[in-house]
Design a protein around this ligand. Structure first.
Ligand code: FAD
Length: 537
């Protein structure tokens, strides 16, 4: 592992060269990469600035309209706005770079603001890391053209993945459709090449520029904090009328998320260190038990970029060498690394299939042939955790209360919605984005299309999870269910794990008829057969 600041040729889109006379002023545009450590664009910009004796400023846009269009959860917006003052502080103390935070409601505003900003402040080069969603790509292309008119460079780097999109392909240079061969090649590539941690150098030329500000912007740490809070509050107001949030105590969800996810890269890196020291060596077994909380819970940080995925990989790889020497077949650490690879895989898929951003099914034929249900009562029961299926309901109530859901439960609840209720996966996909603190288009779309059997390398349509047997395997003592459904605390776990026994216990004449909890809304066996018949069709 090298600590140099240079961007690898693989990660760069353009040759980085200076074309303007001094005094030079460069700009780092932060997006989903809210960190100083191992930030590819930031490291490249600092290196070039020091070579050219240029000053550097940084900018981040708060884009409420865009967030709403992406169904971004309030918990995630709050996480971003809590992270910004810490980023500003790290930039100032470590690199001598000032961060300007600016509200820019829409995409077109953002383009105009950036070009004006560059002209006013004599900025000749902007660097940023790639974003892979369709709208973002279009915005960046538009901006590149606009800036070029004034001879301003806009250079982007691949930074969101451990290995960049298009770098892991089949022998005939096409995309892997199936994860396992992708993973094998991905691992092999990492083993035969060194991935770099990009360390940004402190800027030698101190900035003497007072950035030109508009009304809704901030450039001191205190102001950034205030503007962040104000923007979070305004976003909360924007969401107030959203129908799918009416049953949620959004304030309480945000408070829970704040406690569970302290902001900033220092906390994120500490979490990675703790996970590797304490939990990774049991990951393969404990990762499937929601009540243990034995996964890394780094997704919220990875999503907004306050931790680098390469750092995650390298630390896990080092732990593997330290703990197991040459036994590279250690299942626990390999399993965790393979989860990081799933994250890369879904991003690579999105770049290859940009139409996914319009919520098209990867398997087109499922869009044409499956008669998805749009039953609003069924959907509302699922959202509210009132389906009568304890594992599904406890998971949904946990999501609504905390803004997070364990991976096993995401699969169980998504399969229940798309197979037992045969509801269009897109409704579930949107609902998850509206709640999750780690909501991320590529991983969420990938997870939903996997569960709905409409995606690449997705679950076969006939392999439908039974939520009662899932509960018996993954919540054997009923701890998770009883934590989130306290009304069921007196019901023996063996009853909660059996649809038949639960129906009987809650029905007239049953021992628990007085408990305020609905009967299972569908019979799993019948629902499963209906779903299989629909897919066969
Ligand atoms: P760990 O088990 O510690 O894994 C480490 C990291 O690997 C995670 O932080 C995450 O970045 C990545 N990862 C793990 N599992 C997956 C996976 N199946 N697909 C892609 N990346 C993975 N993940 C998101 O980050 N955002 C989402 O919006 C999202 N939506 C999902 C929706 C559904 C229906 C499903 C089935 C999965 C979804 N996932 C999503 C993937 C996964 O559930 C979460 O990444 C994981 O639960 C986060 O917990 P963790 O950080 O403790 O993960």
């Amino acid at each position: 592992m090298s600590n140099t600041a240079s961007a690898t040729a693989k990660n760069t889109d353009h040759n980085v060269k200076s074309t303007h006379a001094s005094p030079l002023h460069y700009l780092m545009w932060f997006r989903r990469d809210l960190r100083v450590h191992d930030n590819t664009a930031l490291a490249a910009l600092c290196e070039r600035a020091n070579t050219d004796n240029a000053q550097v400023s940084a900018v981040f846009f708060l884009t409420p309209e865009q967030w709403q269009a992406h169904n971004m959860s309030l918990a995630q917006v709050d996480h971003i706005t809590r992270t910004l003052p810490l980023l500003a502080q790290n930039l100032q103390t470590q690199l001598h770079i000032k961060l300007l935070v600016q509200v820019s409601p829409s995409f077109s505003d953002c383009i105009e603001t950036l070009s004006d900003f560059c002209t006013t402040n004599n900025i000749t080069c902007i660097m940023a890391n790639h974003e892979y969603e369709g709208n973002e790509i279009a915005r960046d292309e538009q901006l590149t053209k606009q800036l070029a008119k004034n001879d301003i460079e806009f250079i982007r780097f691949h930074d969101q993945c451990i290995l960049p999109p298009h770098s892991i392909t089949t022998n005939d240079d096409s995309m892997y459709q199936v994860f396992t061969p992708f993973y094998k090649k991905w691992r092999h590539t990492l083993e035969v090449s060194t991935i770099q941690i990009h360390k940004a150098a402190t800027i030698k030329k101190h900035s003497n520029v007072d950035l030109t500000l508009s009304q809704d912007s901030a450039n001191t740490i205190k102001e950034i904090e205030i503007l962040g809070k104000k923007t979070t509050n305004n976003y909360q107001k924007m969401l107030q009328d959203s129908e799918s949030l009416q049953h949620i105590d959004i304030e309480a969800q945000m408070t829970q998320a704040r406690e569970a996810y302290p902001a900033g890269e220092t906390d994120a890196c500490q979490r990675l260190e703790d996970f590797i020291a304490e939990d990774i060596d049991n990951y393969d077994v404990s990762r499937d038990v929601p009540s243990l909380q034995a996964t890394s819970q780094l997704s919220a940080y990875l999503t907004i970029g306050s931790i680098s995925p390469r750092l995650c990989y390298l630390q896990a790889y080092k732990a593997q060498e330290k703990l197991h020497g040459n036994d590279s077949d250690n299942d626990d650490i390999n399993r965790w690394i393979s989860e990081l690879a799933w994250r890369d895989f879904y991003r690579h898929v999105l770049v290859e299939k940009p139409e996914l951003i319009r919520h098209q099914a990867y398997k087109n034929e499922t869009d044409k042939n499956i008669s998805w249900s749009y039953n609003t009562d069924d959907f509302a029961a699922w959202c509210r955790g009132k389906t009568g299926v304890p594992l599904v309901d406890s998971a949904m109530r946990n999501l609504n209360a905390t803004g997070f859901m364990h991976n096993r439960l995401r699969m169980v609840t998504a399969m229940f919605l798309t197979k037992d209720l045969l509801i269009d996966w897109r409704l579930g996909e949107r609902y998850f984005m509206q709640q999750l603190i780690d909501g991320d288009f590529a991983s969420n779309n990938g997870g939903w299309q996997w569960s709905a059997s409409t995606g690449t390398d997705s679950a076969p349509y006939f392999r439908i999870m039974n939520p009662f047997s899932q509960a018996s395997t993954h919540d054997a003592n009923g701890e998770f269910i009883k934590t989130w459904l306290p009304e069921l605390k007196d019901i023996p776990t063996s009853i909660l794990h059996s649809e038949e026994k639960l129906r009987k216990a809650l029905s007239k004449g049953g021992k628990f008829v007085n408990i305020d909890y609905p009967l299972p809304m569908v019979e799993h066996k019948t629902a499963r057969q209906l779903a299989i018949a629909e897919f066969k069709k």
